[in-house]
Design a protein around this ligand. Sequence first.
Ligand code: PAF
Length: 279
Amino acid sequence: MQIHTTIPEMRAACRAARQGQKRLGFVPTMGALHEGHLSLVRAARASCDAVAVSIFVNPTQFGPNEDLAQYPRSFERDRLLLEKENVDLLFAPSVEEMYPAGAVTWVTVEGLSQKLDGRSRPGHFRGVTTIVSKLFHIIEPDAAFFGQKDAAQVAVIRRMVRDLNFPVEIVACPIVREADGLAMSSRNMFLDKQQRQQALALHRSLMLVKSAWETGETVASRLAAIGRSEIEREGSVRLDYFEIADPNNLDPLANVSRGALVAVAAFVGSTRLIDNILL
Ligand code: PAF
């Protein structure tokens, strides 16, 4: 696996990897890799000739009171995991490499960036779309792989790619869960034993909504109330949002049919977790 830390080196290596009509797959990450990330790498490996991964904890997608400083960083471990997955190219730039002094240019997806996580985390999606655009310009992938766990992120990136004509196929891969249902997340490592148990309320709330919908309830407000009350029953879990929305434009739905996005975000202690299902 080649490791590059500068933009010119990574760009040259990616262009070389694509030579001869080769399809380059790209998995952007912030490191602290878990099985969810590795599933994206495997999906890229299965459908592309070469695979590039980035590890970059992007400061511009964290709000002033969020966990940028505490965000887990485990480069050596991540590197070994990616080597085992036969990744071809790893890009691990510094903050200065990605954001030269005086950088003032942003990519913003209007409207969509203010929904779900974007409403709770002002500026978050502006940081995501800016860094993902920069990475797409450097790596020039044919396909990029994202986890469905960040459903709002997937919608925002799909819209950016469409609106700005990026020649990249966006592939959303299924959520990878622990045996008891907890969605895998780099932030799960912040949970102590008791919080780890409490965090199961998120998945449970989604399953309750799914079974109510399967047994005939289609009014979104009633379904969302079922989900919210399951979260609120777990006294130490603080709900951020529980919403049923169109997965493409993230608008709330009044009536729920197949394909609807049911999404939840909640704080377990000070750790913010998200989860969702598509009905
Ligand atoms: O999903 C993530 O880990 C990040 O938002 C991404 C896409 C790597 C951009 O920093």
